[in-house]
Design a protein around this ligand. Structure first.
Ligand SMILES: C[S@@+](CC[C@H](N)C(=O)[O-])C[C@H]1O[C@@H](n2cnc3c(N)ncnc32)[C@H](O)[C@@H]1O
Length: 270
C-alpha cells in the first residue's frame, strides 16, 4: 500500500511503525530458537565477536597500552588459533560431568581482549575474580605461558566461591595459575602481592563489585590495568577510576550469531 495512504490512517501507521521497529529484533527470536536447539549453555554464555568488533577491541587496547594495533591483532589471532588451548578445553569438557551444560565449540568473546592485555603488558601478577568453568583462567594462563617463552614470568590467581569452579584449568596451564577458593573479597583481603592486571568478574552486584576495587586499590602496581566485566551494567569501575584519578574506557561486545546482546570490558588505567 502507498506510504502516504498508510500514514494518513492512525491504526495503519501504528502497525507500519511497529513492523519497522520489530525488524531490529525478529532475527533475535530466530537466534534464540537456534540456540535453544543447538547450545547446552544456561549461564555465562559464550559467543564469537564480529570481525569489526575485534578490530575495535584491538584499537582500544592499542590506545590503552600504547602498543601497535597490528601487534594486538596478532595476539588476538594467536589466542584464536591456539589449537593446544582449544583441544585442552574440549578434552576437559568431554570428561566433565558439566558437559551437559557446556558446548564443545569454543568461543572466547571478550576473553580475547584479556588475552591481548596479558600478552602486551607482560604482567607479573594477574588476578581474575570469578572463575566459573575456568575459561578466562585457561585463556589468561595460555597468554602467561607465551610470555614465559619470551622470558617474562607471570602468575595468575583466580578467585571463586564455588569449590567446583575452575575445572578447565588443567595441564600445563597449572604451571602459571592457581585458584583461591572462597569469597573473593575475603581472598583479596589476604592477598599481599602487587597486582598488574585485575579482572573483576565475580558477584555482579554493584556494591560487591565496588568493594572488590576498594579492596585491591593499594595493591595495584604503578601501571596496573583494571578490567571490569560488569561495566555494561554498573558504573562502579568508572566511579573507582574517577576516585583514584585513573582513565576509563568501555569496549562493547558485538556477538555474532547469538541472541545475547553482549557485555563488554570496562578498562581503568593510568
Ligand atoms: C560470570 S562467572 C565468571 C566467568 C569467568 N570469569 C569466565 O571467564 O568465564 C561468575 C563467577 O563468580 C563466582 N562468584 C559469585 N560470587 C562470588 C563471591 N562472593 N566470591 C567469589 N566468587 C564468586 C561464581 O561462583 C561464578 O563462578
Amino acid at each position: 500500500m502507498n506510504l502516504r495512504i498508510l500514514k494518513r490512517f492512525w491504526v495503519l501507521n501504528f502497525l507500519r511503525r511497529l513492523a519497522q521497529a520489530s525488524k531490529y529484533y525478529n532475527n533475535k527470536y530466530a537466534q534464540i530458537l537456534r540456540w535453544g536447539i543447538k547450545s547446552k549453555e544456561d549461564t555465562n554464555y559464550t559467543y564469537n565477536l564480529s570481525d569489526k568488533n575485534i578490530c575495535y577491541l584491538a584499537h582500544m587496547i592499542s590506545v590503552v597500552t600504547s602498543a601497535d594495533y597490528q601487534l594486538i591483532l596478532k595476539y588476538i589471532y594467536e589466542a584464536e588459533e591456539d589449537e593446544f588451548l582449544r583441544d585442552s578445553i574440549i578434552k576437559v569438557i568431554k570428561n566433565s560431568p558439566s558437559r551437559k551444560y557446556a558446548d564443545l565449540d569454543i568461543r572466547l568473546g571478550k576473553r580475547l581482549g584479556w588475552y591481548a592485555f596479558v600478552r602486551v603488558q607482560k604482567p607479573k601478577v594477574v588476578v581474575e575474580t570469578g572463575v566459573d568453568k575456568g575459561l578466562g583462567s585457561v585463556v589468561i594462563c595460555a597468554a602467561l605461558l607465551k610470555n614465559k617463552e619470551e622470558g617474562y614470568v607471570g602468575t595468575y590467581y583466580g578467585t571463586d566461591i564455588n569449590p567446583k569452579a575452575g575445572y578447565l584449568l588443567t595441564d600445563k596451564y597449572l604451571e602459571v595459575g592457581k585458584i583461591l577458593y572462597g569469597d573473593s573479597i575475603n581472598s583479596l583481603s589476604q592477598f599481599s602481592e602487587n597486582i598488574d592486571l585485575f579482572i573483576n568478574d565475580s558477584d555482579h552486584s554493584a556494591d560487591y563489585e565496588y568493594q572488590e576495587y576498594l579492596t585491591i586499590q593499594d595493591l595495584l602496581s604503578e601501571n596496573a590495568i583494571v578490567l571490569g566485566d560488569n561495566s555494561h551494567v554498573t558504573d562502579k569501575l568508572l566511579t573507582f577510576s574517577n576516585k583514584t584519578n585513573r582513565k576509563f574506557l568501555f569496549f562493547k561486545e558485538e556477538p555474532i550469531n547469538h541472541w545475547y546482546p553482549g557485555g563488554g570490558i570496562g578498562i581503568s588505567f593510568k
